[in-house]
Design a protein around this ligand. Structure first.
Ligand SMILES: [Fe+2]
Ligand SMILES: [Fe+2]
Length: 230
């Protein structure tokens, strides 16, 4: 099937949005997610890539949220979601650092050239790292199909793609994501958290991600006193 056909089939299969969860939704603070060494072999291959653009926070946190999303959507291929999430932004380490700020966070950043470049470079990282760890060509192709376009494609083409996309946004509602991303965009926490509510929650695809986002946003706003410090 072509990407277009896959996207259309997924939209038809999951016509109800946000996508209702079949499994449990855990809205407790992400700190309570237990650590696991499940993908340490993959992490070890991308240490250099975690040093770019806040990835050393963004990637582990996104994987922690992805685990919860997989619990809520047990029909998804868990390993695919988690490996794709772990690797999705590794491409930032292979694009020009200065352009990350000048193009990646300003204006219509979702359509900037550097966005497409970090997606392609992330696919290259997956193709470099995963074969040596015993992952099949078929699995790797599914991983790169998710990484390719994760920021620039409008629509998800599978439940795994949808969960990765929601995991990529979920970390932003935690105080770590707020601290890092409000700095990237040059915005104060009160303004940034308002934007999260108005712009990012409506982009979430799954019921579970929306519930987690609301719970995190409430906790973060209370903790950061954004109602007063504005
Ligand atoms: Fe990205
Ligand atoms: Fe990301």
């Amino acid at each position: 099937m072509t990407l277009q056909e896959l996207t259309a089939a997924f939209a038809e299969q999951y016509a109800q949005r946000p996508i209702p969860a079949d499994g449990p939704i855990d809205t407790s603070h992400i700190d309570t997610t237990p650590d696991t060494d499940e993908f340490d072999a993959v992490w070890q291959q991308v240490i250099a890539e975690t040093r770019a653009r806040g990835n050393d926070f963004h990637l582990p946190l996104s994987v922690a949220y992805a685990r919860r999303l997989c619990d809520a959507y047990p029909q998804a291929d868990r390993e695919l979601v988690l490996v794709a999430t772990l690797l999705h932004d590794t491409g930032w380490a292979h694009v020009d650092e200065d352009r990350i700020i000048s193009e990646g966070f300003r204006g219509d950043w979702r359509k900037s050239d550097i966005r497409f470049e970090h997606e392609l470079q992330g696919c290259e990282v997956a193709k470099r790292v995963l074969p040596g760890l015993g992952y099949s060509d078929e699995f790797i192709a599914k991983v790169t199909a998710i990484i390719d376009g994760h920021d620039t494609r409008q629509e998800a083409h599978s439940i795994e793609d949808a969960l990765m996309r929601d995991a990529d946004r979920s970390w932003r509602f935690d105080r770590v994501g707020i601290a890092l991303a409000s700095g990237w965009f040059g915005q104060t926490p009160d303004y940034y958290t308002d934007r999260l509510e108005e712009e990012i929650i409506p982009e979430l695809i799954t019921e579970a991600a929306i519930a987690m986002a609301h719970a995190d946003l409430k906790r973060s706003r209370d903790l950061l006193k954004t109602a007063v410090l504005r």
